[in-house]
Design a binder for this molecule. Structure first.
Ligand code: MN
Length: 301
């Protein structure tokens, strides 16, 4: 360890910066790079977040048959999809459905269980084009895991946009940012802020030091706290606990997402699309899905 690094560790400001982990396809519509948990990051560091997949940017050729993920279940948490390029159509067993377009966010609370499909919007499929989304999984506390499913479509126009840097912006998708309430309703304190900066922009991000916080860089180059370069594509920076401010300077046009939340201090038992507290609850989730208790999709009308 060189001197600079040890000093940064002493001040608690050094951030761990990680490239993406596994790359895989989700169905035939989402070519993703996984930011976590495939980097080996455990629940203590991630909670309340469980998973972050970055789909694209990728170009899709025109197709009459929409690509995507066919019917599958979830229980015990929330899936949050942020659309940047392209459109996704969703239908679930609670009867909810909708299309999200660039700038929109879909915040689906699976809770006691839904089955759903996530497909490219037919219009987008027919035209083809550039596609870029993220999907984030947010855990629910034990008390809410079996609450009724819920679905929030957060249209771009409903998401508060704050200036950040001279030419940049910060969208408050969820949580409270400096007194500005985000668009989403959450079960535990969770902040999701979508930030875009132009080269030369600088500002200071304020954070709750008791939360787990991560910065997900879609693309660009920023300097953190005047010292640490955070650059490239699909990168993750872990902000140490106890930090309440991060100074950000953009060397290039940059796009990143701030994920911050109060850790849920409960055991996590996860298998595939089910995230519960115990193994017994996972077994029950499989039984309930297989016996149809999570419902089924309404037939297409
Ligand atoms: Mn899903």
């Amino acid at each position: 360890m060189d001197l600079d690094t040890s000093l940064l560790h002493q001040t608690g400001m050094m951030m761990e910066i990680l490239p993406h982990g596994a790359s895989y396809w989700v169905g035939d519509g989402f070519p993703v790079r996984n930011l976590f948990p495939s980097n080996g990051l455990g629940n203590a560091r991630l909670s309340p977040f469980l998973l972050l997949d970055y789909a694209g940017p990728a170009r899709f050729e025109p197709s009459e048959k929409p690509r995507g993920v066919e019917v599958h279940p979830h229980r015990g948490f929330e899936t949050v999809t942020i659309a940047y390029q392209g459109s996704v159509a969703h239908r679930d067993s609670s009867g909810a459905s909708g299309v999200i377009r660039p700038g929109d966010v879909q915040w689906m609370t699976a809770a006691s269980g839904v089955v759903h499909e996530e497909m490219h919007d037919p219009e987008f499929s027919r035209a083809g084009g550039d596609f870029e989304m993220i999907q984030l999984w947010v855990n629910l506390p034990k008390a809410d895991k079996m609450s009724p499913p819920k679905y929030q479509t957060l249209e771009s126009s409903k998401i508060p946009v704050l200036p950040f840097g001279a030419q940049g912006f910060l969208r408050v998708i969820a949580g409270d940012y400096e007194g500005n309430q985000g668009a989403a309703t959450t079960f535990t304190p969770v902040g999701v802020y979508d930030v875009e900066l132009q080269a030369g922009d600088q500002d200071t991000l304020t954070l709750n030091p008791a939360y787990n916080t991560m910065l997900f860089l879609r693309s660009g180059e920023v300097t953190l706290n005047g010292e640490q370069k955070f650059a490239g594509e699909a990168m993750l920076a872990l902000v140490p606990r106890g930090v309440s401010e991060v100074k950000i300077e953009a060397g290039k046009a940059s796009k990143f997402v701030v994920l911050t939340g109060e850790p849920i201090d409960e055991p996590v038992a996860q298998h595939g699309p089910f995230v519960m507290n115990t193994r017994e609850e996972l077994v029950q989730a499989f039984r309930d899905f297989q016996s149809g208790k999570m419902g089924q999709l309404p037939t297409k009308g």
